[in-house]
Design a binder for this molecule. Sequence first.
Ligand code: PLP
Length: 455
Amino acid sequence: MTYYNSVLELVGRTPLVRLNHLSKGLKPLILAKMESYNPGGSVKDRIGIAMIDRAERQGELKPGGTVVEATSGNTGIGLALACAIRGYRSVFVMTDKCSQEKVRYLKALGADVIVVPAATKSDSPDHYVNLARRIAAETPNAILTNQYGNPANPEAHYRTTGPEVWEETEGRVTHFVAGMGTGGTISGTGRYLKEMNPAIQVVGADPYGSVFKTYKETGTLHSSTPYLVEGIGQDMIPDNVHLKYVDQIINVTDRDSFNTARRLGREEGIFCGGSTGTNAWAALKLAERLDENGVIVFIVCDTGERYLSKFLSDEWMKEKRLLGEERMTIGLLNELKLQSGKLPLISVSPLTRVDEMLEIMELNGISQLPVIDQGQAVGSIREHRVMSKIVDDRSILEAEVSRIMDDPFPVINEAVEISRVRHSLKDSPAILVEEYGRIIGIITRYDVLDVDARS
Ligand SMILES: Cc1ncc(COP(=O)(O)O)c(C=O)c1O
């Protein structure tokens, strides 16, 4: 019989996959190290079990003990897997920048999760790392695994990731590219590869806003600025970042990271997270300067499944103004309106009584209203015009809307870009959004002003 004793035995020995499309026109061989194939779906499975093993060996973690960690999610998943199998309790502190999917994933593995604001600086007691330290100190029989300083973290990569990259490329790797969160991956793998061949270039991929690149190049720490990619970059230098193994650092924007990660899914079938996009973009930049002797390996840090509500959602990307050349369509604006809690489409039928219609308008605080009959726009109401008609003839209050309505608002397909509907909004206070022949929403002049203000 062939079987594994637990999923922990499935950690590591991940495959390399060649890029075929993103690499068009580039000379080097570019290989993705598929850490997303680990049982917990990320590179961090390697250090989860390694840190637990070390704590057990050193007698710090005893039966019934609790493991506490500050994590952007993936280390938590790696640890939670090991804790589930070894019978420990696990508690993770995360920031609200992390996706809901990761929080739910951890809970599904039996962990307790505490979410704190991401905006807290690293010297505050409420920073997620400091809070994790406090919880570990105050909980009986608990340890803080501390991925940022635990030597078992880079050591796991020195022992496993490095040799794998070396063996899988038969020693022909020329460049290794990884992001830096705790620094474990780049420091451990980088050290091993440089020991095997000092000419191998180790390249860090760092989000704009993080401090690593400037620190490496000038030795100074600037204050960090926010960015959206999860899991990499810092506002300080963790102990596990050993920059002596890093030859150069390439800065990458959120836009390039996310769009490259999305392209990896669409064009290579490599379904990955945003930090993988950061690494891949840096690998592609590097490749532009290399010839056919180049063999670049970059890390696929984790699977895209945990980002479906974030950068893998068009709505999220457009809301953050990150989606390539594409522009805002009226359909998307309508969706964003609904998501932000604004009113759905409110309409009346031509048979509604005028006094009831006025009540609906007052109740919802709106001054215009489409008249819709069987899914089709048949007329429109503008409050000031109706009021002047009523002043002339009060009996209108009891009449049907069809008697006093004006021409319908323009009906425009949801795929049309906002820039192309501005002229319609000069003559009409609103336009109706149509999809597959049905009216699905309304866009007013104010909605468009709102978009302009956010662009
Ligand atoms: C999604 C993701 N990518 C990359 C990394 C970076 O790896 P390391 O911490 O080994 O530097 C992390 C680590 O937190 C991560 O969660």
